[in-house]
Design a protein around this ligand. Structure first.
Ligand code: BES
Ligand code: MN
Ligand code: MN
Length: 457
């Protein structure tokens, strides 16, 4: 059991933790933009210094793109080992003009810290470091052996992790892995996640004529790549919203009745969601509830589309090229590589002569289901009750965390605790991302309690 002394230290240092988070959030560690590579490096150094200050043995490992930071406590025999994971990279902040305050100048508004990375994942990850700091301040040692793995490529699909994990099995060996990179079910209702969706994310390029043409000289003679593109995109889903790629649903595990019942017993507030999103109507695959659609069923979305003349006024052209980015969220038993193949075959079959098709794989990962009935999960539920004053519910999350299926498949980890302190309204990946300071604080309390619960789970 955690001592009241430690919880008191956490309460007493609440403001300093926020000040440190502000420093972390000031670093624009946008992993997908090459011009931010040195900022990503700065964030890695920031994490490294935190680990060193905690007295962990820490190292920075270079990869083809952004470094992995690893640290571990001095090993104590007969104590369980907990592997903590987080990511210090963030998504691009665009569209900048929609931010009420600049994305890398953290501002406190309505009890929240507002900045890119506040909830995803810098704020949530920092709760682990501050929990350990508070424990060490009171007890001098941690109740469990701790290993910390923090990467700067999560938001680009963790391309270096496969190799890193293969090469560092011994360093990463642990009894349980824990991370907070999701959210609560709703504000004030904490959750433990037992499934994540996978991802296939592809980029389509269509090349027509060698250069933009006068649409009068040449109109009527050749295929227009934008027209071809939108016809292809329109055929990827049927009018009801089911994905129309042949074979797409073949491996999808049907939802069991107990799980559907459990999901419908959670009070998912559709009106609140509609108001938050600014839409009058929610829509999706027929035959499934909103909860099921957003977490337990696969989807396809066009993320971006471009081509032709988008400047002011009229310019009469047939564009030379057009493109789109398409992502598919996958559910257990679907495999990202197979889905990529099915997508390429289908889009290829829809592409008429007269345009050249090129498809590139942007990133992807497999979906994952984790155990919700082991000692680690029970420990996490108790710790969350200590931290938040309320027992968690169990949910599937619709997002993806590529490393989680590697923990399970490549490292053979059985006990994987997917926690989340943020709120679904935190605006991860959106303008004005934020993280409630109360959630930050309760998260620190929960992790401190969890390390004690895991001591003898
Ligand atoms: N923290 C998210 C994953 C997440 C989102 C978990 C929502 C639970 C609920 C993570 O940082 C993320 O955004 N992942 C990417 C992964 C992708 C780039 C491979 C995602 O889901 O788009
Ligand atoms: Mn994240
Ligand atoms: Mn993210």
């Amino acid at each position: 059991m955690i001592s009241q002394d430690i919880l008191r230290v956490i309460d007493a240092n609440r403001q300093r933790y926020v000040d440190e988070l502000i420093g972390f959030l000031q670093i624009p560690s946008v992993s997908t933009c090459s011009q931010h590579a040195s900022d990503v490096r700065k964030a890695a150094d920031w994490v490294f210094n935190q680990l060193r200050t905690l007295g962990l043995e820490a190292q920075i490992c270079q990869t083809a793109r952004h470094p992995i930071v690893y640290g571990c406590s001095a090993h104590i025999e007969n104590r369980p080992t907990v592997l903590i994971y987080g990511h210090y990279d963030v998504q691009p902040p665009d569209p900048l003009e929609e931010w009420l305050s600049p994305p890398f100048v953290p501002a406190i508004r309505d009890g929240c810290i507002c900045a890119r990375g506040a909830t995803d994942d810098k704020g949530q990850f920092l709760t682990y470091l501050k929990a350990m700091e508070a424990i060490l301040a009171v007890e001098k040692t941690l109740p469990v052996n701790v290993k910390v793995l923090v990467e700067g490529e999560e938001e680009i699909g963790s391309p270096s992790m496969d190799d890193y994990i293969r090469g560092h099995r011994r360093e990463l060996a642990a009894d349980v892995v824990v991370l907070s990179d999701g959210s609560q079910f709703a504000p004030g209702i904490p959750a433990i996640t037992y499934a994540l969706r996978g991802l296939s994310y592809l980029h389509i390029d269509l090349q027509g004529p060698s250069f933009d043409l006068h649409s009068g000289y040449h109109g009527g003679l050749i295929a227009n790549p934008i027209q071809v593109l939108v016809e292809i995109l329109a055929k990827l889903k049927d009018p009801c919203g089911r994905v129309a790629i042949p074979g797409f649903y073949d491996d999808v595990e049907p939802l069991q009745q107990w799980e559907r019942d459990e999901m419908s017993s959670l009070a998912f507030d559709e009106d609140h969601l509609k108001a938050y999103l600014g839409v009058e109507h929610l829509t999706g695959e027929p035959g499934y509830s909103s909860m099921e659609r957003k977490s337990a069923r696969p989807t396809l979305d066009v993320n971006g589309i471009w081509g032709g003349y988008c400047g002011e006024g009229a310019k009469t052209i047939i564009p030379a090229r057009a493109g789109a980015k398409v992502s598919m969220r996958l559910v257990p038993r679907q495999q990202s590589e197979r889905i990529n193949r099915l997508f390429c075959d289908f889009v290829g079959s829809l592409t008429p002569p007269g345009v050249r098709l090129e498809i590139t794989d942007l990133c992807g990962c497999d979906p994952v289901l984790v155990s919700r009935h082991d000692a680690g999960v029970r420990a996490a539920a108790k710790a969350i009750e200590t931290g938040f004053g309320r027992a968690p519910v169990f949910v599937r999350e619709g997002g993806s965390i590529p490393i989680v299926s590697l923990f399970k498949e490549s490292l053979g980890m059985e006990s994987i605790l997917l926690l989340g302190w943020g709120s679904p309204d935190d605006g991860a990946h959106s303008p004005n991302e934020r993280f409630s300071l109360d959630d930050f604080h309760c998260g620190i309390r929960s992790i401190a309690a969890l390390l004690y619960e895991l001591q003898a789970p």
